[in-house]
Design a protein around this ligand. Structure first.
Ligand code: PEP
Length: 264
């Protein structure tokens, strides 16, 4: 990684919501809302992560209307193309102009048995095809009780980034599992504490340049009401937004956090 100016990234993870027709309408509404607000995509990057079946439709819309919204995927196979029924290779995503891909989301770790080794292999596969993995880390409520706020996230991060090539670009998303979809977000102070610890971990594993360049997002019950508190923190560089990204107007308000970053 090279740049030391960290452009904030607001990323919408749609999970298994919105078919390809709904996706087109959604991205149109989002882009109109951001156009009305005179949003500068160079100041705050915006990415959407639709289901696989929507990617081609959204890619076509973004290209046809020359929209600066970035495209992300929610998962990928750690393997090269082959006899792997149901899997999606990184290079297929790259052909669709997908830039980001989520790896290690707790809904994959917990619901699909993905361990740190699988997450690391997916991150490597993404980087090898020119994609930027968004590496999700975070503890469950029970793990927080037992180990505190940062230990699990740090261990998951180390496992995911240790084997990436030296010049790999990646994004980290700190997503405490207990905050995802619960309406109970972490406090901005807690998010900052863990984000800082994750950045220090990157410094010790991969050097100062990487630690200054890597973007650390917070995820877990982010809304337009609480985004300002997170983005005011020096080590929080954006948000991975689940539920609130399904409403284009609400997601647009989150993207425009700078308009209310000094408020409450
Ligand atoms: C997520 O699933 O990545 C997430 C952060 O969800 P939510 O915003 O709904 O908590």
């Amino acid at each position: 990684m090279s740049a030391t100016v960290r452009v904030p990234l607001i990323a919408g993870n749609w999970k298994m919501h919105l078919d390809h027709l709904q996706a087109i309408a959604h991205v149109q509404k989002l882009s109109w809302s951001l156009k009305d607000a005179k949003h500068d995509y160079a100041e705050v990057e915006v990415a959407v992560f639709p289901p696989f079946t929507d990617l081609r439709s959204v890619q076509t819309l973004l290209a046809a209307d020359k929209l600066a919204v970035r495209l992300g995927a929610q998962d990928l196979s750690p393997h090269a193309p082959g006899a792997l029924t149901g899997d999606i290779a990184a290079e297929f995503l790259a052909k669709l102009e997908v830039r980001y891909v989520i790896v290690g989301h707790s809904e994959r770790r917990n619901g699909h048995g993905e361990d740190d080794g699988t997450v690391a292999a997916k991150a490597r596969a993404a980087v090898a095809s020119g994609l930027v993995p968004v590496i999700c880390v975070g503890e469950t409520a029970a793990e927080r009780e037992e180990h505190g706020g940062a230990a699990i996230a740090l261990a998951q991060l180390e496992a995911a980034v240790a084997s990436l090539p030296a010049d790999a670009e990646y994004v980290i998303a700190y997503e405490p599992v207990w905050a995802i979809g619960s309406g109970a977000a972490a406090t901005p102070d807690d998010a900052q504490t863990v984000a800082r610890a994750l950045r220090e971990c990157v410094e010790s594993l991969r050097g100062e340049a990487d630690s200054l360049a890597v973007r650390v997002l917070y995820g877990g019950s982010v809304t337009s009401q609480n985004i300002a508190g997170f983005l005011r923190q020096p080590d929080v560089d954006g948000a991975l937004v689940g539920g609130a990204s399904l409403d284009p107007d609400e997601f647009s308000r989150i993207v425009q956090f700078r308009k209310h970053v000094t408020a409450g």
